[in-house]
Design a protein around this ligand. Sequence first.
Ligand code: 3SK
Length: 510
Amino acid sequence: ATRNAAAYFVDRHITEGRAEKLAFREADGARRVLTYGDLAEQSARFAGALLAADVRREERVAMILRDQIEFPVIFWGAMKAGAIPVPLNTLLSTSVYQAILMDCRAPIVIVSAQLWPVVQPALADNSFVRRVIIVGDAPDEIEAYEAFVDGARPAETAAAHEDELAFWLYSSGSTGAPKGVRHVHGSLKATADTFGAQVLGIREDDTVFSAAKMFFAYGLGNAISFPMSVGATTLILGGRPTPDGVLSILETEQPTIFCGVPTLFAALVATQEARGKAPTHSLRLCTSAGEALPRDIGERWEGLWGCEIVDGVGSTEMLHIFLSNQPGDIAYGTSGMAVPGYEVRLIDEHGAAVPDGDVGELLVRGPSSAEGYWNKRNKSMSTFEGHWTRTGDKYERTAEGRYVYCGRTDDMFKVSGIWVSPFEVEQVLIEYPGVLEAAVVARDDHDGLTKPAAFIVMKDGETPPAEDALKEYVKEKIGMWKYPRWVRVVDDLPKTATGKIQRFKLREEA
Ligand code: 3SK
């Protein structure tokens, strides 16, 4: 039997009698719906259109698409044709699209109409792109999606091996240029069988809402592969997840699982606290990833909503979450333990195991690691070390075996010879009344000695705290040497599209 992931996630539902079941429902815009039957038919038709357009096996299909029902159709349709879908972040600049489209050499680019003004100039000198398709209102001279698929003969799902390349994702990381991360067909099922089944316990009667977008590995699992592994339904939000918009979806659309990122949970807690009433909802579980969830946010959320947040850590390279809390066994402020099916370990700079209580770099081993980076041999060799993948994250393991995030390898610094975790200081800063978000970086004082510097964002309408009071608070909570010697109040923090604080930018400013 073929191990093409589309056979398992899409076609299987037809033979199992779920053709009429709702797979996707848009919660904004045109509020369209897509059943499992529609998805099977439309993805096969899109695959047929790609073959008719002479897109060959393993050629890349660049997707610059907002979350909308065409996203899963095109993602699975490309795989059915044996081509490689490459979903791209929808918030990039023209110059980054230009670089990525040259790097992946996609002959065909599918773009949401709203994103066309940014993407169009990126195609100017690209001789690889043979065809551009617009989803939505297409300008006259550009081919519309409906015209592209109209009349196409539905294609059979191409036979594929589970170890064969299936799709790429571009990892932005918290620094540097995006890298093409190449994933195989078997990895999608591997993450659904591990985190999806054994942590979320995802079920056919679940309705999932992921504020994290589908182009992001975290959103791809939450909104596409996990619900589709069991025939559940996904709510799609095309626009930006504002606190008011998300709260309204949680109240009116009644999802049972909500997947967010720490910044959004912080904003939702602040908004809900200001409203001062308990929301009505049907949530049974929430997940958080992208960055470590501050303890205070997790506790306040659970107090308001009576629903746990399962905080975990994953990576684009591992496709989804491999270290996580478990429902019913949550320790806020920690990333929990290895997800069943994965192993993790901590090493020092010489590769030796570090004892509990010491900080080390986290390595992970499991069934969904990527094949490597595209055209980045050195980087691939230093990240994927045989079965083990280096994460670049620093962690500490507690005596109970839970992992506590300390920061990115590049973000950690020493003060008076002792390691400081920016994340630990940030957690204390956001406990201070009125502080919404915080980021801490190293800065040299006038003697050239490294000290913490903090950037804080205040909640709406709150006055910034007296600097000395804030410093004293941190000193008392976590130790003399960790308090920020400088505090700057800013309107917002620089973040990647997936919500990770870009501390390297703040280091430059500090
Ligand atoms: O950053 C994360 O924690 C994450 C989680 C799941 C999938 C991908 C990523 C980057």
